[in-house]
Design a protein around this ligand. Structure first.
Ligand code: SF4
Length: 250
């Protein structure tokens, strides 16, 4: 099992690797840094997915479709929440719909698991999944880092899903104007790592208020920063680990 320290999931599963940046939220992409490290230690799956740009690693845009990884969740007996493609974006332009369909088949055949798929390309998510069966055990979400990208939420509303969710991480600006109608779950997190950009407390307050109004579950992941263990994940003197209730399928 690919265990993970991500607070809102139990395991990661990566049938796809590789991506390209789309917006400021991608600048310090953890997957991009990790892919460079895995390539450096000789992992074939990550070969050529990144290149050096100064002292940083950046995606080349090459996508690796890992057929051998497809059956991994079928071997996990215990029910798990599984974050799909933590090392990519499942709805990147380079992922053929036929491959996404294979991922869908695996998820359909393993209803004991709950799958969580996040994209920064919700328009393509809506398009690609429109012909796929609606699966009760698949949650579909988009990442929004600031008010400039609120349209992704409108695009997500076009997606048929048992659970629709937003990850406001890394939160880089106020999203006070967000419309959370028909959104079931919200994750909030500050950026972490050596180049972490700050997250204001007020932006978190605004999101919590929006969640209460829209009856969306509120999950506060972390404050982030250079030392995220130090800043922790307490908000208003408590942790918020709310999880969504499945909708009666919209
Ligand atoms: S879309 Fe996601 S995986 Fe791709 S570069 Fe941006 S943050 Fe990284």
């Amino acid at each position: 099992m690919a265990e993970t320290s991500i607070e809102w999931t139990d395991a990661t599963w990566n049938p796809v690797a590789g991506c390209s940046v789309v917006s400021p939220g991608c600048t310090n992409c953890y997957a991009m840094r990790m892919a460079a490290r895995l390539d450096a230690i000789g992992m074939q799956k990550y070969r050529g997915l990144t290149r050096k740009s100064g002292r940083r690693a950046v995606w080349t845009g090459k996508i690796h479709l890992d057929e051998t990884a497809l059956t991994i969740p079928t071997r996990w007996r215990k029910p798990r929440r599984i974050f799909v493609n933590s090392m990519s974006d499942m709805f990147h332009e380079g992922v053929p719909a036929a491959f996404a369909a294979k991922v869908w088949s695996v998820m359909a055949s393993t209803p004991q698991h709950t799958y969580q798929i996040l994209t920064k390309r919700p328009d393509l998510m809506a398009k690609v999944t429109s012909s796929f069966p609606l699966l009760e055990n698949v949650w579909l979400g988009t990442s929004v880092e600031s008010g400039e990208y609120l349209d992704r939420i409108n695009q997500l509303r076009e997606v048929r899903a048992a659970v629709r969710f937003i990850s406001f991480e890394p939160l880089l600006g106020s999203v006070a104007e967000a419309d959370l109608t028909d959104i079931h779950w919200v994750i909030v997190g500050g950026e972490s790592g050596p180049r972490a950009r700050p997250m204001m407390r007020q932006w978190v307050d605004e999101i919590e208020t929006l969640c209460r109004e829209a009856r969306a579950a509120f999950f506060f992941k972390q404050w982030g920063g250079v030392r995220k263990k130090k800043t922790g994940r307490m908000y208003r003197d408590q942790t918020f680990d709310e999880m969504p209730r499945r909708s009666p399928i919209a």
